[in-house]
Structure formats: C-alpha cells, structure tokens
Design a protein around this ligand. Structure first.
Ligand code: ADP
Length: 365
C-alpha cells in the first residue's frame, strides 16, 4: 500500500461522519460550551415534531425541561454524562430517553442523543394494566367461591334452604373462572402466533348457522328472535373455527344486550372491492360514541357491573378483533344510544361467482 492511501482525508471523513449522523434514526444535537444548540440532525426535528429553528436556542427553549437544561450544563461545565427521560408536549407528545455527554477533552460543549421510547412505554403500560386487570378479574370469582365454601363448611351445608343456592353460586363462579382462563389462553395463542389460521373458502351461511346453533339456548332463554339473511353461496376466505367463534361472540353479545324478547339480525353482502361484510345488529341500548374507540380493548367494558352480572369476561370483542385481523379482515362498530348496535366484520372473498338468489332464512329460537 502506498503511504498516500493510508493518509486520512479530513474532508472525506467529515462527509462520512455527517452522513452517519444524518442517517441515524435517533435525534442528535451538539451544543456549544454555553449550552446553545449549534447543529442537529433531521431525525431530531421529526422527533420533536417542530417547524421551529433549533439552532441558536438553549435546551429549555426547545423542550421546556429544567432537568435537560441542567444535564447539558453539567456536561459542558463539569464533563459529566447523564441519562434522563423527558416527555415532549404539543400536538404529538413523545417520551424521549436522552443521553447527554460532554463532547470531549479538547472540544468544549456537549452532545445529546434522543431515543423515542413512546411506543415502548405505552406497551409497558398496556402489559402492566393487563396483569392488573387479569388479577382483578380472577380475584372476583375466587373470593366468591372461597366465601361460599367457607360458609358451607361452617354449618350452612346442613341448611337445606341455603346450601343448594350456595353450591349453585360456587358452580357459576367456577364456570366464570373457566371461561376467563379459556379466553386468556385464546388471546395468548393469538398473541404468540401459535394459532395457525387457515385461509380457505367458507360458506358463510353454514358457518353462521352453526354459530347460531350454539347461541340458541341463550336466545331461547331471553326470547330473542334471530334473523339471518345471507346470500346463498356467499363465501369468505377464512378459517372455519375462527369465523364461527367470531360470529358466536358477536351474536352472544347481541342477544345479551338486545331487549328482552328483542331482535338480532345477522346479514352479509359482497362489497365492491372484493370483500364480504357480515353485520350483526341488535335492538339493544346502543353504545355512546365516547366508548366506541376503546370497545375492542382487552377488559374494556361500558358498564363493568352489568357486564360481569351477565357473565361477560370483557375479552370477547378483543378476541373477535384479533381473530378477524389474523384472517386479514377488519371489524368495526356502528352504534347510536337508544337505537341498537351493529358490529361489522369485513373479510376477503375468494374469487368466485355468487348465486343471484338471496334467501333470507329465519332462525327462531
Ligand atoms: P363482555 O364479556 O363484557 O361482553 P366484550 O369484549 O364482548 O365483553 O364486550 C365489551 C363491552 O362492549 C361490553 O362489556 C359492553 O359494554 C359492550 N358491548 C359489546 N357488545 C355490545 C352490544 N351488542 N350492545 C351494547 N354494548 C355492547
């Protein structure tokens, strides 16, 4: 190798360094020894979601955070590094993890690297909330089972009027526990992608009627009429077990919330963009608009007490959403208080011609 080729080219090195800093996903700024920002990369501006000029401003002028200002001053004056977490305010609040360090022995000033940890912190919160919710949901039936079992043990077993009722409650609460654990396992299988869903042509009418069969005892008990109106031969690209479970969960909810001796309608139609829309509608109380965006979240309920009294786990709709998404579909809800609710599932349709006849079938309980 010639001696020339080993000589570093400062212009080239600077260009490379600038390209590296500019290519980083993390935000970076460099300050002078008084803490004023001298330069930064584009990622930082995107992260802070600001159109304002950052050069020439002090850290507090950019993020209004005393801790960050102090960290920059410490780096500039005392050569001390720090790591801190700051929440940026504004249109798009972000949680930023910031590492502030002195530039180096010969260079006065500091540098800071900004990591956007908003999503990470959000996921941590979701996980913590989920664990807290699961513990709470498990504790409620366990407390009831333990309480009634103890009452029976301490004498009520010999009370022919009270004992059967208590055993009945214990049984109901044990069923609830079992449903909750089943739902949690289903969600966990969906989360870990253990559940392999097929994408095969499914005759929608048949799948819906099978699901309604399973919901029939509840419909009968509440005197709910279920109307089914699905074109003959209409198929969706789905997994047979998953589509039945989706319909069962939606129909079960519709029966639960429909008026006593009320009505539930299940209908489907092909859409112009090659999908199928399946709608489950009820004549129940409807849902206020403020709840709609959160309805498919785990354990989200409009009326906690009422849902539990009716045997709900608060997981049904989140299972529906996960199953539908795993089948490359979408689910949404339209609802107006006092005018019932309609849950709509949109799934892909295999490229097949439809039979022109539409035969509404009525499945009375
Ligand atoms: P749950 O087991 O409580 O029914 P879901 O996840 O199935 O849980 O539903 C979440 C919440 O959404 C319910 O608690 C209820 O408040 C509301 N909800 C679901 N379906 C309906 C419906 N058809 N009509 C009115 N509210 C509904």
């Amino acid at each position: 190798m010639s001696s020339e080729s080993t000589q570093p080219d400062p212009t080239h090195e600077l260009a490379v360094l600038q390209a590296v800093v500019e290519g980083m996903a993390e935000g970076v700024w460099v300050t002078g020894e008084d803490g004023t920002v001298l330069r930064h990369n584009s990622a930082l501006k995107e992260m802070l979601f600001t159109g304002h000029e950052l050069v020439g401003r002090q850290p507090t002028g950019i993020l209004a955070n005393d801790e960050l200002q102090a960290a920059v001053e410490r780096a500039c004056k005392d050569g001390v590094s720090s790591r801190l977490e700051v929440t940026s305010e504004g249109l798009r609040p972000r949680v930023l993890s910031i590492h502030v360090a002195p530039l180096g022995r010969d260079l006065r000033g500091s540098t800071a690297v900004f990591f956007d940890v908003t999503e990470l912190r959000h996921l941590e919160k979701v996980r913590k909330d989920f664990v807290a919710n699961v513990s709470h949901e498990l504790r409620t039936p366990i407390t009831a089972i333990r309480g009634y079992a103890e009452t029976l043990r301490s004498g009520a077993l010999n009370d022919p009027a009270a004992a059967p009722k208590m055993v009945e409650i214990i049984h109901r609460q044990a069923e609830r526990l079992s449903e909750l654990v089943d739902d949690l396992l289903e969600l966990s299988r969906l989360d870990s992608k253990q559940l392999k869903l097929a994408a095969e042509p499914i005759e929608l009418n048949e799948a819906v009627l099978r699901a309604i069969e399973a919901a029939r005892p509840k419909a009968r008990a509440r005197g709910t009429a279920i109307d089914v109106s699905i074109p003959d031969g209409l198929e969706v690209l789905a997994d047979a077990r998953a589509i039945e479970q989706v319909v069962l969960n939606l129909v079960d909810n519709a029966i639960k919330y429909a008026q006593a001796r009320g009505h539930v309608w299940v209908s489907a139609r092909p859409t112009d963009d090659g999908n199928v829309e399946l709608a489950v509608k009820d004549d129940g109380p409807g849902i206020e608009a403020k709840h709609l965006p959160r309805l498919f979240e785990r354990f989200y309920r409009v009326d906690k007490g009422r849902s539990r009294d009716m045997g709900g786990t608060g997981l049904g709709l989140s299972i529906v959403k996960n199953l539908v998404n795993a089948m490359r579909g979408e689910v949404r809800v339209d609802s107006t208080p006092g005018r019932g609710s309609t849950f709509v599932v949109e799934l892909p349709r295999p490229g097949r011609a439809l039979s022109p006849t539409t035969t509404p079938s009525v499945a009375n309980p």
